[in-house]
Design a protein around this ligand. Structure first.
Ligand code: GLU
Length: 551
Protein backbone atom coordinates (compact mmCIF):
# COMPACT_ATOMS: atom_id res chain seq x y z
CA UNK A 1 0.00 0.00 0.00
CA UNK A 2 1.05 3.57 -0.57
CA UNK A 3 2.02 4.78 2.88
CA UNK A 4 2.30 8.39 1.78
CA UNK A 5 -1.27 8.40 0.57
CA UNK A 6 -2.56 6.71 3.73
CA UNK A 7 -0.63 9.17 5.92
CA UNK A 8 -2.31 12.07 4.13
CA UNK A 9 -5.70 10.49 4.56
CA UNK A 10 -5.21 10.03 8.32
CA UNK A 11 -3.18 13.13 9.16
CA UNK A 12 -4.07 15.87 6.68
CA UNK A 13 -3.63 18.48 9.42
CA UNK A 14 -0.04 17.49 10.17
CA UNK A 15 2.20 19.57 7.96
CA UNK A 16 5.56 19.40 9.69
CA UNK A 17 8.07 16.64 9.23
CA UNK A 18 9.83 14.82 12.03
CA UNK A 19 13.07 16.52 10.96
CA UNK A 20 11.45 19.88 11.58
CA UNK A 21 10.26 18.67 14.96
CA UNK A 22 13.68 17.39 15.81
CA UNK A 23 15.24 20.77 15.03
CA UNK A 24 13.26 22.31 17.85
CA UNK A 25 14.90 19.87 20.24
CA UNK A 26 18.62 20.06 19.63
CA UNK A 27 20.94 17.66 21.47
CA UNK A 28 21.80 18.83 24.91
CA UNK A 29 25.29 20.20 25.41
CA UNK A 30 26.34 18.54 28.64
CA UNK A 31 29.62 17.50 30.23
CA UNK A 32 30.89 13.98 29.60
CA UNK A 33 28.96 11.42 31.63
CA UNK A 34 26.16 13.82 32.56
CA UNK A 35 22.80 12.11 32.90
CA UNK A 36 19.41 13.51 32.03
CA UNK A 37 16.59 12.08 34.13
CA UNK A 38 13.00 12.94 34.76
CA UNK A 39 10.06 12.41 37.03
CA UNK A 40 6.92 11.81 35.02
CA UNK A 41 3.82 11.56 37.20
CA UNK A 42 0.18 11.73 36.22
CA UNK A 43 -1.48 14.85 37.62
CA UNK A 44 -3.46 13.00 40.24
CA UNK A 45 -2.57 15.52 42.94
CA UNK A 46 -1.51 12.65 45.12
CA UNK A 47 2.18 12.19 45.75
CA UNK A 48 2.98 8.69 46.97
CA UNK A 49 6.08 8.26 49.09
CA UNK A 50 7.23 5.83 46.37
CA UNK A 51 6.87 8.67 43.85
CA UNK A 52 8.92 10.99 46.02
CA UNK A 53 11.45 8.19 46.37
CA UNK A 54 11.68 7.69 42.58
CA UNK A 55 11.92 11.45 42.02
CA UNK A 56 14.61 11.74 44.65
CA UNK A 57 16.62 8.90 43.11
CA UNK A 58 16.32 10.40 39.62
CA UNK A 59 17.32 13.81 40.97
CA UNK A 60 20.40 12.33 42.67
CA UNK A 61 21.46 10.52 39.51
CA UNK A 62 21.17 13.70 37.41
CA UNK A 63 22.74 16.11 39.82
CA UNK A 64 25.58 13.85 40.89
CA UNK A 65 26.68 13.81 37.26
CA UNK A 66 26.08 17.53 36.57
CA UNK A 67 23.17 16.55 34.38
CA UNK A 68 19.59 17.70 34.13
CA UNK A 69 16.49 16.64 36.02
CA UNK A 70 13.05 17.64 34.74
CA UNK A 71 9.39 17.22 35.60
CA UNK A 72 7.03 16.04 32.88
CA UNK A 73 3.33 15.74 33.47
CA UNK A 74 1.78 12.66 31.91
CA UNK A 75 -1.85 13.55 31.51
CA UNK A 76 -2.85 11.32 28.63
CA UNK A 77 -5.20 9.40 30.91
CA UNK A 78 -7.87 11.97 31.67
CA UNK A 79 -9.62 9.57 34.06
CA UNK A 80 -6.80 9.86 36.57
CA UNK A 81 -6.58 13.61 36.51
CA UNK A 82 -7.78 15.86 39.33
CA UNK A 83 -8.10 19.61 39.54
CA UNK A 84 -4.86 21.33 40.55
CA UNK A 85 -3.17 17.95 40.38
CA UNK A 86 0.05 19.44 39.06
CA UNK A 87 0.44 22.04 41.81
CA UNK A 88 -0.08 19.35 44.44
CA UNK A 89 2.79 17.34 43.03
CA UNK A 90 5.07 20.33 42.49
CA UNK A 91 4.42 21.55 46.04
CA UNK A 92 4.93 18.08 47.47
CA UNK A 93 8.30 17.71 45.80
CA UNK A 94 9.39 21.24 46.57
CA UNK A 95 8.59 20.79 50.23
CA UNK A 96 11.14 17.99 50.25
CA UNK A 97 13.71 20.02 48.39
CA UNK A 98 13.67 17.79 45.31
CA UNK A 99 14.66 20.43 42.78
CA UNK A 100 14.01 20.45 39.06
CA UNK A 101 16.03 22.17 36.39
CA UNK A 102 13.21 22.10 33.87
CA UNK A 103 9.56 21.30 33.56
CA UNK A 104 6.25 22.20 35.10
CA UNK A 105 6.32 24.72 37.96
CA UNK A 106 2.57 25.03 38.47
CA UNK A 107 -0.62 24.14 36.58
CA UNK A 108 0.39 26.36 33.67
CA UNK A 109 3.94 27.61 34.08
CA UNK A 110 7.00 25.77 32.94
CA UNK A 111 10.68 26.43 32.39
CA UNK A 112 13.15 24.82 30.00
CA UNK A 113 13.78 24.63 26.28
CA UNK A 114 12.49 21.09 25.74
CA UNK A 115 8.80 21.65 26.40
CA UNK A 116 5.94 21.64 26.43
CA UNK A 117 6.41 19.49 29.52
CA UNK A 118 2.76 18.45 29.69
CA UNK A 119 1.81 15.65 27.35
CA UNK A 120 -1.61 16.99 26.44
CA UNK A 121 0.17 20.01 24.93
CA UNK A 122 2.20 17.77 22.64
CA UNK A 123 -0.49 16.23 20.46
CA UNK A 124 0.91 17.64 17.24
CA UNK A 125 4.36 16.30 18.05
CA UNK A 126 3.12 12.75 18.60
CA UNK A 127 0.99 12.84 15.48
CA UNK A 128 3.93 14.04 13.43
CA UNK A 129 5.84 10.92 14.41
CA UNK A 130 2.76 8.79 13.82
CA UNK A 131 2.34 10.23 10.37
CA UNK A 132 5.90 9.31 9.55
CA UNK A 133 5.39 5.76 10.77
CA UNK A 134 2.32 5.43 8.56
CA UNK A 135 4.29 6.81 5.62
CA UNK A 136 6.88 4.11 6.19
CA UNK A 137 4.27 1.38 6.54
CA UNK A 138 5.13 0.94 10.24
CA UNK A 139 1.75 1.95 11.60
CA UNK A 140 -1.85 1.43 10.51
CA UNK A 141 -5.37 2.32 11.62
CA UNK A 142 -7.42 -0.33 13.41
CA UNK A 143 -11.18 -0.16 13.46
CA UNK A 144 -11.84 -3.16 15.71
CA UNK A 145 -14.57 -2.49 18.22
CA UNK A 146 -14.34 -3.18 21.95
CA UNK A 147 -16.49 -6.28 21.38
CA UNK A 148 -14.21 -7.61 18.66
CA UNK A 149 -11.18 -7.08 20.87
CA UNK A 150 -12.92 -8.82 23.77
CA UNK A 151 -13.66 -11.78 21.51
CA UNK A 152 -10.01 -12.00 20.51
CA UNK A 153 -8.97 -11.95 24.17
CA UNK A 154 -11.46 -14.68 24.99
CA UNK A 155 -10.25 -16.90 22.21
CA UNK A 156 -6.62 -16.40 23.28
CA UNK A 157 -7.46 -17.26 26.86
CA UNK A 158 -9.32 -20.37 25.79
CA UNK A 159 -6.43 -21.57 23.66
CA UNK A 160 -3.82 -20.48 26.21
CA UNK A 161 -2.24 -18.16 23.67
CA UNK A 162 -0.40 -14.94 24.46
CA UNK A 163 -2.71 -11.98 24.71
CA UNK A 164 -2.43 -9.11 22.25
CA UNK A 165 -3.12 -7.92 18.75
CA UNK A 166 -0.71 -9.85 16.58
CA UNK A 167 -0.43 -12.43 13.79
CA UNK A 168 -3.79 -13.74 12.64
CA UNK A 169 -5.55 -11.78 15.38
CA UNK A 170 -4.43 -8.51 13.83
CA UNK A 171 -7.42 -8.22 11.52
CA UNK A 172 -6.85 -4.63 10.46
CA UNK A 173 -3.21 -5.14 9.58
CA UNK A 174 -3.87 -5.85 5.96
CA UNK A 175 -6.80 -3.62 5.13
CA UNK A 176 -6.45 -2.06 1.70
CA UNK A 177 -6.27 1.67 1.17
CA UNK A 178 -9.79 1.60 -0.26
CA UNK A 179 -11.19 -0.26 2.73
CA UNK A 180 -9.57 2.20 5.11
CA UNK A 181 -10.71 5.19 3.12
CA UNK A 182 -14.26 3.92 3.14
CA UNK A 183 -14.28 3.43 6.92
CA UNK A 184 -12.68 6.81 7.54
CA UNK A 185 -15.28 8.41 5.27
CA UNK A 186 -18.02 6.73 7.30
CA UNK A 187 -16.49 8.31 10.38
CA UNK A 188 -15.72 5.01 12.12
CA UNK A 189 -13.51 5.49 15.15
CA UNK A 190 -10.06 3.97 14.94
CA UNK A 191 -6.84 3.69 16.86
CA UNK A 192 -3.42 3.78 15.29
CA UNK A 193 -1.37 0.64 15.79
CA UNK A 194 2.29 -0.15 15.40
CA UNK A 195 3.05 -2.75 12.73
CA UNK A 196 5.35 -4.64 15.04
CA UNK A 197 8.42 -6.09 13.36
CA UNK A 198 8.87 -8.50 16.30
CA UNK A 199 9.13 -12.27 15.96
CA UNK A 200 7.88 -14.76 18.53
CA UNK A 201 11.10 -16.74 18.51
CA UNK A 202 13.25 -13.68 19.26
CA UNK A 203 14.42 -12.57 22.67
CA UNK A 204 15.83 -9.23 23.67
CA UNK A 205 18.07 -8.32 26.52
CA UNK A 206 19.00 -5.04 28.17
CA UNK A 207 21.07 -3.81 31.08
CA UNK A 208 18.82 -2.44 33.76
CA UNK A 209 20.51 0.07 36.05
CA UNK A 210 18.96 -1.48 39.15
CA UNK A 211 18.12 -5.05 38.23
CA UNK A 212 21.05 -5.96 36.02
CA UNK A 213 20.70 -7.90 32.78
CA UNK A 214 17.10 -8.56 31.84
CA UNK A 215 16.11 -10.96 29.09
CA UNK A 216 12.60 -11.08 27.70
CA UNK A 217 10.70 -12.17 24.59
CA UNK A 218 10.62 -9.56 21.86
CA UNK A 219 7.40 -7.59 21.48
CA UNK A 220 5.18 -8.97 18.72
CA UNK A 221 2.00 -7.03 19.57
CA UNK A 222 0.69 -4.34 17.28
CA UNK A 223 0.27 -2.07 20.25
CA UNK A 224 -1.83 1.07 20.18
CA UNK A 225 0.12 4.26 19.51
CA UNK A 226 -2.75 6.73 19.30
CA UNK A 227 -6.12 6.20 20.92
CA UNK A 228 -9.37 6.99 19.10
CA UNK A 229 -9.19 10.60 20.30
CA UNK A 230 -5.72 11.05 18.79
CA UNK A 231 -4.07 11.06 22.22
CA UNK A 232 -1.02 8.79 22.50
CA UNK A 233 -0.68 5.82 24.80
CA UNK A 234 1.92 5.92 27.56
CA UNK A 235 4.21 3.72 25.44
CA UNK A 236 4.30 6.01 22.46
CA UNK A 237 4.46 9.25 24.41
CA UNK A 238 7.31 7.83 26.48
CA UNK A 239 9.39 7.07 23.38
CA UNK A 240 8.76 10.40 21.65
CA UNK A 241 9.12 12.55 24.75
CA UNK A 242 12.18 10.93 26.24
CA UNK A 243 13.87 11.03 22.85
CA UNK A 244 13.12 14.68 22.15
CA UNK A 245 13.76 15.79 25.71
CA UNK A 246 17.12 14.08 25.68
CA UNK A 247 16.53 11.72 28.60
CA UNK A 248 19.56 9.48 28.97
CA UNK A 249 18.30 7.41 31.91
CA UNK A 250 14.69 6.41 32.33
CA UNK A 251 14.24 5.81 36.05
CA UNK A 252 10.77 4.52 36.86
CA UNK A 253 8.77 2.03 38.87
CA UNK A 254 9.35 -1.65 38.12
CA UNK A 255 5.71 -2.14 37.14
CA UNK A 256 6.97 -0.96 33.73
CA UNK A 257 9.50 -3.75 33.24
CA UNK A 258 6.98 -5.92 31.44
CA UNK A 259 6.46 -3.13 28.89
CA UNK A 260 10.16 -2.58 28.29
CA UNK A 261 10.23 -4.78 25.14
CA UNK A 262 7.55 -2.56 23.62
CA UNK A 263 9.55 0.55 24.45
CA UNK A 264 12.81 -0.81 23.14
CA UNK A 265 11.07 -1.73 19.90
CA UNK A 266 9.46 1.70 19.62
CA UNK A 267 12.80 3.47 20.01
CA UNK A 268 14.16 1.21 17.26
CA UNK A 269 11.28 1.67 14.89
CA UNK A 270 11.38 5.43 15.38
CA UNK A 271 15.14 5.48 14.77
CA UNK A 272 15.85 6.88 18.25
CA UNK A 273 18.88 6.09 20.36
CA UNK A 274 17.94 3.76 23.23
CA UNK A 275 17.95 5.31 26.69
CA UNK A 276 19.24 3.36 29.68
CA UNK A 277 16.53 1.99 31.91
CA UNK A 278 16.56 1.64 35.67
CA UNK A 279 13.49 0.06 37.24
CA UNK A 280 13.05 0.83 40.91
CA UNK A 281 11.35 -1.67 43.20
CA UNK A 282 8.39 -0.38 45.17
CA UNK A 283 8.64 0.47 48.84
CA UNK A 284 7.32 -2.47 50.81
CA UNK A 285 5.79 -2.86 54.20
CA UNK A 286 5.31 -5.74 56.54
CA UNK A 287 1.71 -6.82 56.39
CA UNK A 288 0.38 -7.26 59.89
CA UNK A 289 -2.43 -9.52 58.73
CA UNK A 290 -0.42 -12.00 56.70
CA UNK A 291 3.06 -11.49 58.18
CA UNK A 292 4.34 -11.20 54.60
CA UNK A 293 5.49 -8.21 52.59
CA UNK A 294 3.30 -6.00 50.45
CA UNK A 295 3.51 -2.67 48.65
CA UNK A 296 2.81 0.45 50.70
CA UNK A 297 -0.80 1.07 49.85
CA UNK A 298 -2.44 4.42 49.29
CA UNK A 299 -5.65 2.99 50.71
CA UNK A 300 -4.37 1.16 53.78
CA UNK A 301 -1.29 3.09 54.90
CA UNK A 302 -1.42 6.76 55.82
CA UNK A 303 2.37 6.91 55.48
CA UNK A 304 2.03 6.13 51.75
CA UNK A 305 1.02 9.76 51.15
CA UNK A 306 3.71 12.39 51.18
CA UNK A 307 1.24 14.79 52.83
CA UNK A 308 1.32 12.58 55.90
CA UNK A 309 4.93 13.59 56.60
CA UNK A 310 4.02 17.27 56.48
CA UNK A 311 0.92 16.83 58.58
CA UNK A 312 2.69 15.07 61.43
CA UNK A 313 5.72 17.28 60.95
CA UNK A 314 8.66 15.12 59.98
CA UNK A 315 11.44 17.49 58.91
CA UNK A 316 12.24 17.07 55.24
CA UNK A 317 15.90 16.50 56.09
CA UNK A 318 14.96 13.46 58.14
CA UNK A 319 12.70 12.01 55.46
CA UNK A 320 15.37 12.44 52.77
CA UNK A 321 18.00 11.00 55.06
CA UNK A 322 15.71 8.04 55.65
CA UNK A 323 14.99 7.60 51.94
CA UNK A 324 18.73 7.41 51.34
CA UNK A 325 19.05 4.64 53.92
CA UNK A 326 16.48 2.58 52.07
CA UNK A 327 17.84 3.57 48.66
CA UNK A 328 21.44 2.46 49.17
CA UNK A 329 22.25 -0.16 51.78
CA UNK A 330 25.68 1.30 52.46
CA UNK A 331 24.36 4.77 53.22
CA UNK A 332 24.15 4.22 56.96
CA UNK A 333 27.76 3.16 57.16
CA UNK A 334 28.77 6.19 55.11
CA UNK A 335 26.75 8.43 57.40
CA UNK A 336 28.36 6.92 60.49
CA UNK A 337 31.80 7.63 59.04
CA UNK A 338 30.85 11.09 57.77
CA UNK A 339 28.47 12.49 60.35
CA UNK A 340 28.78 16.10 59.22
CA UNK A 341 29.00 15.72 55.45
CA UNK A 342 25.99 16.99 53.48
CA UNK A 343 23.99 14.05 52.17
CA UNK A 344 24.38 15.37 48.60
CA UNK A 345 27.98 14.18 48.73
CA UNK A 346 27.07 10.56 49.26
CA UNK A 347 28.17 8.61 46.16
CA UNK A 348 24.68 7.39 45.38
CA UNK A 349 24.49 4.56 42.89
CA UNK A 350 21.59 2.81 41.19
CA UNK A 351 23.22 -0.59 41.20
CA UNK A 352 23.31 -0.57 44.99
CA UNK A 353 19.53 -0.22 45.21
CA UNK A 354 17.45 -3.06 46.55
CA UNK A 355 16.31 -5.32 43.71
CA UNK A 356 13.47 -6.78 45.71
CA UNK A 357 11.99 -3.68 47.32
CA UNK A 358 13.10 -1.85 50.43
CA UNK A 359 11.09 -2.29 53.57
CA UNK A 360 9.53 0.83 55.00
CA UNK A 361 10.15 1.19 58.70
CA UNK A 362 8.48 4.05 60.53
CA UNK A 363 10.40 3.32 63.74
CA UNK A 364 13.64 3.80 61.85
CA UNK A 365 12.43 7.08 60.40
CA UNK A 366 11.54 8.17 63.94
CA UNK A 367 15.06 7.41 65.12
CA UNK A 368 16.68 9.26 62.24
CA UNK A 369 14.40 12.18 62.76
CA UNK A 370 15.09 12.35 66.51
CA UNK A 371 18.80 12.36 65.82
CA UNK A 372 18.35 15.14 63.28
CA UNK A 373 16.13 17.31 65.46
CA UNK A 374 18.60 16.90 68.33
CA UNK A 375 21.16 18.77 66.22
CA UNK A 376 18.94 21.84 65.84
CA UNK A 377 19.19 24.91 68.02
CA UNK A 378 16.32 26.05 70.24
CA UNK A 379 15.61 28.86 67.78
CA UNK A 380 15.37 26.45 64.90
CA UNK A 381 13.13 24.07 66.80
CA UNK A 382 10.92 26.96 67.81
CA UNK A 383 10.69 28.35 64.26
CA UNK A 384 10.00 25.04 62.63
CA UNK A 385 7.52 23.92 65.24
CA UNK A 386 5.72 27.23 64.79
CA UNK A 387 5.61 26.88 61.00
CA UNK A 388 4.21 23.40 61.38
CA UNK A 389 1.71 24.50 64.03
CA UNK A 390 0.43 27.42 61.96
CA UNK A 391 -0.54 24.97 59.22
CA UNK A 392 -1.70 22.08 61.35
CA UNK A 393 -2.51 23.21 64.88
CA UNK A 394 -3.36 26.94 65.05
CA UNK A 395 -4.24 26.81 68.75
CA UNK A 396 -0.82 25.49 69.54
CA UNK A 397 0.77 28.12 67.30
CA UNK A 398 -1.01 30.82 69.28
CA UNK A 399 0.25 29.37 72.51
CA UNK A 400 3.84 29.35 71.27
CA UNK A 401 3.63 32.91 70.02
CA UNK A 402 1.99 34.33 73.12
CA UNK A 403 5.28 34.28 75.01
CA UNK A 404 7.87 33.31 72.47
CA UNK A 405 10.68 33.89 74.93
CA UNK A 406 9.19 31.29 77.27
CA UNK A 407 8.75 28.85 74.38
CA UNK A 408 12.35 29.39 73.29
CA UNK A 409 13.52 28.58 76.79
CA UNK A 410 11.44 25.41 76.85
CA UNK A 411 12.97 24.23 73.58
CA UNK A 412 16.39 25.18 74.90
CA UNK A 413 16.25 22.55 77.62
CA UNK A 414 19.04 20.01 77.11
CA UNK A 415 19.83 21.44 73.71
CA UNK A 416 23.05 22.84 72.31
CA UNK A 417 25.17 20.68 74.61
CA UNK A 418 27.31 17.77 73.57
CA UNK A 419 24.69 15.09 74.01
CA UNK A 420 21.35 16.70 73.21
CA UNK A 421 18.24 14.73 74.07
CA UNK A 422 16.66 12.80 71.27
CA UNK A 423 13.02 12.91 72.15
CA UNK A 424 11.29 14.83 69.40
CA UNK A 425 10.76 12.84 66.21
CA UNK A 426 8.31 15.16 64.51
CA UNK A 427 6.81 18.58 65.20
CA UNK A 428 3.54 17.02 66.24
CA UNK A 429 5.38 15.49 69.24
CA UNK A 430 6.14 18.93 70.63
CA UNK A 431 2.50 19.42 71.60
CA UNK A 432 2.84 16.76 74.25
CA UNK A 433 6.47 17.57 74.89
CA UNK A 434 5.79 21.09 76.12
CA UNK A 435 2.28 20.58 77.51
CA UNK A 436 3.15 20.74 81.22
CA UNK A 437 4.76 24.11 80.77
CA UNK A 438 1.41 25.52 79.79
CA UNK A 439 -0.97 23.71 82.06
CA UNK A 440 -0.66 22.65 85.64
CA UNK A 441 -0.12 18.94 85.98
CA UNK A 442 -2.38 16.30 87.44
CA UNK A 443 -0.58 14.02 89.84
CA UNK A 444 -1.56 10.42 89.04
CA UNK A 445 2.04 9.54 88.34
CA UNK A 446 3.31 9.75 91.92
CA UNK A 447 5.32 6.62 92.68
CA UNK A 448 3.67 3.71 94.49
CA UNK A 449 6.69 2.69 96.55
CA UNK A 450 6.46 5.69 98.88
CA UNK A 451 3.64 6.49 101.26
CA UNK A 452 1.63 9.65 100.86
CA UNK A 453 2.99 10.89 104.19
CA UNK A 454 6.56 10.41 103.00
CA UNK A 455 5.86 12.25 99.77
CA UNK A 456 4.20 15.13 101.62
CA UNK A 457 7.23 15.30 103.90
CA UNK A 458 9.56 15.38 100.89
CA UNK A 459 7.69 18.20 99.19
CA UNK A 460 7.17 20.27 102.31
CA UNK A 461 10.85 20.00 103.21
CA UNK A 462 11.97 20.66 99.66
CA UNK A 463 9.91 23.84 99.59
CA UNK A 464 11.99 25.16 102.46
CA UNK A 465 15.40 24.12 101.10
CA UNK A 466 14.76 24.83 97.40
CA UNK A 467 16.89 27.70 96.15
CA UNK A 468 15.90 28.98 92.71
CA UNK A 469 19.19 30.83 92.38
CA UNK A 470 21.24 27.62 92.55
CA UNK A 471 23.46 26.93 89.55
CA UNK A 472 23.06 23.47 88.02
CA UNK A 473 26.05 22.06 89.94
CA UNK A 474 24.60 23.05 93.31
CA UNK A 475 21.06 21.99 92.62
CA UNK A 476 21.41 18.23 92.84
CA UNK A 477 23.70 18.16 95.92
CA UNK A 478 21.09 20.19 97.74
CA UNK A 479 18.37 17.67 96.85
CA UNK A 480 20.70 14.83 97.78
CA UNK A 481 21.57 16.28 101.18
CA UNK A 482 17.91 16.74 101.94
CA UNK A 483 17.20 13.16 100.90
CA UNK A 484 19.82 11.87 103.28
CA UNK A 485 18.44 13.93 106.14
CA UNK A 486 14.97 12.53 105.52
CA UNK A 487 16.29 8.96 105.60
CA UNK A 488 16.86 8.16 101.92
CA UNK A 489 20.07 6.68 100.54
CA UNK A 490 22.13 9.28 98.67
CA UNK A 491 22.59 6.88 95.77
CA UNK A 492 20.62 3.83 94.52
CA UNK A 493 23.58 1.52 95.10
CA UNK A 494 23.59 2.18 98.87
CA UNK A 495 19.91 1.49 99.01
CA UNK A 496 20.30 -1.76 97.05
CA UNK A 497 22.98 -2.96 99.46
CA UNK A 498 20.86 -2.39 102.55
CA UNK A 499 17.24 -1.64 101.70
CA UNK A 500 16.05 -1.92 105.29
CA UNK A 501 18.24 0.97 106.39
CA UNK A 502 16.43 3.51 104.16
CA UNK A 503 12.98 4.72 103.11
CA UNK A 504 14.21 4.71 99.54
CA UNK A 505 16.94 6.56 97.64
CA UNK A 506 17.54 9.95 96.14
CA UNK A 507 16.05 8.81 92.83
CA UNK A 508 12.70 8.23 94.55
CA UNK A 509 12.89 11.69 96.06
CA UNK A 510 13.61 13.37 92.77
CA UNK A 511 10.74 11.44 91.15
CA UNK A 512 8.39 12.93 93.72
CA UNK A 513 9.71 16.41 92.94
CA UNK A 514 9.52 15.73 89.21
CA UNK A 515 5.93 14.55 89.30
CA UNK A 516 4.95 17.47 91.52
CA UNK A 517 6.47 19.94 89.05
CA UNK A 518 5.52 18.31 85.75
CA UNK A 519 3.01 15.51 86.35
CA UNK A 520 5.43 13.09 84.66
CA UNK A 521 8.02 10.59 85.80
CA UNK A 522 10.02 10.99 82.61
CA UNK A 523 11.15 14.43 81.56
CA UNK A 524 14.27 16.19 80.39
CA UNK A 525 16.61 17.69 82.97
CA UNK A 526 14.58 18.63 86.05
CA UNK A 527 16.82 21.50 87.11
CA UNK A 528 16.36 23.20 83.76
CA UNK A 529 12.62 22.61 83.85
CA UNK A 530 12.32 24.25 87.26
CA UNK A 531 14.38 27.18 86.03
CA UNK A 532 12.11 27.70 83.03
CA UNK A 533 8.93 27.35 85.10
CA UNK A 534 10.12 30.05 87.49
CA UNK A 535 10.18 30.05 91.26
CA UNK A 536 6.57 31.15 91.85
CA UNK A 537 5.16 28.55 89.52
CA UNK A 538 7.35 25.84 91.04
CA UNK A 539 6.14 26.69 94.53
CA UNK A 540 2.53 26.85 93.40
CA UNK A 541 2.83 23.39 91.85
CA UNK A 542 4.40 21.95 94.99
CA UNK A 543 1.48 23.35 97.00
CA UNK A 544 -1.02 21.82 94.60
CA UNK A 545 0.78 18.48 94.80
CA UNK A 546 0.79 18.57 98.59
CA UNK A 547 -2.92 19.37 98.59
CA UNK A 548 -3.53 16.49 96.19
CA UNK A 549 -1.63 14.08 98.45
CA UNK A 550 -3.45 15.30 101.52
CA UNK A 551 -6.89 15.02 99.97
N1 GLU B 1 3.33 8.40 34.04
C1 GLU B 1 3.97 7.19 34.41
C2 GLU B 1 3.49 6.79 35.80
O1 GLU B 1 2.76 7.51 36.38
C3 GLU B 1 5.46 7.43 34.42
C4 GLU B 1 6.33 6.26 34.23
C5 GLU B 1 7.70 6.77 33.77
O2 GLU B 1 8.38 7.35 34.61
O3 GLU B 1 8.00 6.60 32.62
O4 GLU B 1 3.81 5.76 36.31
Amino acid sequence: MDGMKLAELLFPHITKTTEEMQQKYPSRQLPEGAKVTRFAPSPTGFLHIGGLFAAFVAERVAHRTNGVFFLRIEDTDKKREVENGVSGIVAGLQAFGVSFDEGMRSETEETGAYGPYTQSQRKEIYQTYCKELVQKGLAYPCFCSAEELAAIREEQEKNKQNPGYYGSFAKCRDLTYEEIEEKVRQGLPYVLRLRSPGKEENRISFEDGVKGTIEMPENVGDIVLLKTDGIPTYHFAHAVDDHLMGTTDVIRGDEWISSAPIHIQLFDVLGFEQPRYAHISPIMKEDEETGGKRKLSKRKDPEAAVDFYHEVGFPKEAVLEYLLTIANSDYEEWRANNPDTPREEFPFSLDRMSKAGALFDLAKLNDISKTYIATLSADEVYDRTLTWAKANNPEFAKQLEQDSDYAHRIFGIERGNEKPRKDIAKWEDTVFYVAYFYERPSFEEFPENLSKEDMIEILETYKTVYCHEDVQDDWFPRLRDMSEELGYAKAPKFYKKDPDAYKGHVGDVSTVVRVAATGRRNTPDLYQILQVLGKDEVMARFDLAIAYLKA
